[in-house]
Each structure stands twice: as C-alpha cells, then as structure tokens.
Design a protein around this ligand. Structure first.
Ligand code: 13P
Ligand code: SF4
Length: 347
C-alpha cells in the first residue's frame, strides 16, 4: 500500500470521480418523478420506440434491473450484433456503445451519459498509438475492447477479458504481438501463456488501485473464502487470487463453487448479479473491510435512471461515427467474434 491505512493516491482519483458523478447526478435531476415513475416511463418509452436496453454488470443495480440483457463486454457485443430493435440504449461506457454502433451501424445507438468514458480508453490516444505501432512494424496488434474506435481501427484483432487468453494461445508462437491498452491484462496473459507481448502502459484505475495486502488481510479473517479477481487488477493482486476471470467467468465460478463466501476483487456493480444468482452465498469486498472505497467505477455509475429516461425520451445522446471509421474499426471486432466462435468460446 502507498499509505499506511486509508486512501492512497489512486483512491483519491476515484473519490474525485465519485464526487463528479454525484454532482452530475444532482445536476440532471429535475423531472420530479419518483424512481418508480421513472421505471414505468422507461418501460413505456422502450416499448413505444422499439428500443432494447443493454446493461453491463457494473451498472447501478436499478439499471441492471431494467435492462433487457445484462452481460460482460463480449456478450454485450454479440447482443448488439444480433438485435432487431430500432434503438440500442447502451447502459455501459462509451467504448461499449461505440462497439455496438460499429457492429450494428443501421441502428440508433444511445448512451445515457456521453461522459461515461474509461481510464483504459483515455490512456491510449490514436496519434500516440500510431507512432508506437510504427516503431514495431513486425508486430501484430491486439487491442482490448476497452479502447476507442480509433485504436480499434489501428488494430488487427480485438479481445475482451473473456476471450483474451484463448485468442492469444491460438496464434503461432513466433507471432510478435503488441497488446494495448491494459498492461495488467496483457501482463497476466503473458504470464499464463509464457508469451512476451509488448504492452501499452495503460490501466483500469479502479482495478489497479486494489491492493494485494488488503485482500490478504481479509483472507486471513476468512480463510475459507476463495479470492476472485478481474484480470484488470495489478499483478501482485492476481498472484494472491484463487480465480482470475472476466465478469461472466467470475459469475460462472461462483455458481459452480461449493464455497459459501467469496472475496471479490472487482467493481461493486457485479454484486447485484452475484447475489441474485446465489442467494445463499456471501460476498466480501474491500469496501466491506473498509480497506478502500476504490471499487466503484465512477464512469460506469454516471448512467442513472433519470438519464436513462431522458435518453429514451429525447433519443439522445447518440453515438455518431463516420462510415470510414465504422468500417475500419469493425474488421478486428468481427475477426474476434469469428475466432471466438471457431474456438468454441461463444456460440
Ligand atoms: P468484462 O465485462 O469484459 O469482464 O469487462 C470489465 C470491464 O472493466 C469493462 O469495463
Ligand atoms: Fe474502464 Fe475500469 Fe471502469 Fe471498466 S471498470 S469502464 S475498465 S475504468
């Protein structure tokens, strides 16, 4: 830990984002509707406009409750590809809504709050990445889906945390690879596959702030509880985890496990689904232990019921992209989906 107890520098970054999120929520109030009325209106507008709501596991619980489909990045991308709805309301972050637009350009794609970005996407700007790529012309580029369309367009293959390991393993061993933008996920894949992919220096500020020491302290009090962690966590934390996997993989692990309690090292939104699927099981987080309040993604939490309602009512904010950008960014995403089907990761 950077500090003895309490918050370290990264926590302070998270706290700023939480305050920002709170202020934003406050500013957007004004319809004078109760949550119940908002929910009814959202359902009504959704039907009237032939819209589908796709929600990520890290969304606020009330948004997950209203979503037609809740999932991890990989399954949401698939869902976005196959939907017949006229409007896709993406309750997640910007790169996810952008991916939905790329996969289904004929549909209107809405994101309740355009500010819902991601620290990984922010860490990797097109111009810098293009320059990095030029320095390594013999490398193939694999980008984690948590990046902008511009970075996707510069990539040969996209991956998610749900398929990264298998996709990398399927490539010839001598293939040189640049992996961007998450150095933690890339480092983890390097470790389990014994590869030496060249890593871009980006992190998810939420997962990277979680500390192995804090997890070990909780583990000492609950020795029977397996530690489950998202691969965006830092290497030291992943070393002490009993299971490492994407949001969906963590849910599958919990369901199949005989254990009665789990120490969870990922964003808190997922607790909604974990508790829903496993009513008899207990979940302990860093927050419960008061080790840190770093496990909320302020970007994900920018979407609120109020903004979801306004978004359906006004049919904006809308994701708009040039046809050229859609075409260029689509290629590596479709390649990911095709390879994932061939490898039996998805249907
Ligand atoms: P997955 O849902 O693919 O595990 O991704 C987690 C994440 O951090 C998305 O922002
Ligand atoms: Fe990005 Fe991390 Fe938030 Fe996911 S949890 S959207 S990776 S900042």
């Amino acid at each position: 830990m950077n500090g003895e107890k309490g918050y370290n520098k990264k926590d302070i970054g998270s706290i700023h984002l939480i305050i920002f999120s709170y202020l934003c929520t406050f500013k957007c109030k004004g319809t004078n509707m109760t949550n119940e009325q908002l929910k009814q209106e959202i359902l009504r507008l959704k039907k009237e406009n032939n819209a589908v709501i796709l929600g990520h596991y890290y969304q606020r619980h009330e948004i997950q409750e209203l979503s037609d489909y809740v999932g991890d990045s990989l399954s949401l991308a698939q869902e976005a590809q196959r939907t017949e709805a006229d409007i896709i309301v993406f309750c997640g972050v910007h790169f996810m809504a952008e991916t939905a637009k790329i996969l289904n350009p004929g549909r209107k794609v809405l994101l309740p709050d355009m500010e819902a970005s991601c620290s990984l996407a922010e860490s990797c700007k097109g111009e810098d990445f293009a320059a990095f790529k030029v320095q390594h012309p013999d490398h193939m580029v694999i980008s984690y889906i948590n990046c902008s369309a511009e970075i996707k367009a510069l990539s040969d293959l996209i991956c998610t945390s749900g398929n990264a390991e298998k996709l990398v393993r399927s490539l010839p061993e001598e293939q040189k690879i640049i992996f961007a933008p998450d150095k933690n996920l890339g480092g983890y894949i390097n470790q389990v596959t014994s590869r030496q992919m060249l890593l871009w220096n980006g992190v998810c500020t939420v997962h990277d702030a979680m500390q192995a020491e804090a997890i070990l302290k909780i583990k000492a009090e609950h020795p029977d509880a397996p530690v489950i962690a998202h691969p965006e966590c830092n290497a030291a934390l992943l070393q002490v985890a009993d299971f490492v996997g994407s949001t969906k993989a963590m849910l599958n692990y919990i369901k199949a496990s005989e254990a009665k309690k789990f120490i969870v090292a990922t964003e808190t939104g997922i607790l909604y689904e974990m508790k829903k699927e496993n009513p008899g099981k207990e979940f302990i987080t860093l927050r419960d232990d008061k080790s840190c309040a770093c496990d909320d993604c302020a970007y994900m939490k920018l979407n609120t019921l109020e903004k979801l309602y306004r978004c359906l009512r006004d049919e904006q904010p809308e994701i708009l992209m040039s046809a050229e950008m859609i075409e260029a960014a689509k290629r590596p995403i479709v390649r990911m989906l095709d390879m994932s089907r061939q490898l039996g990761i998805i249907k």
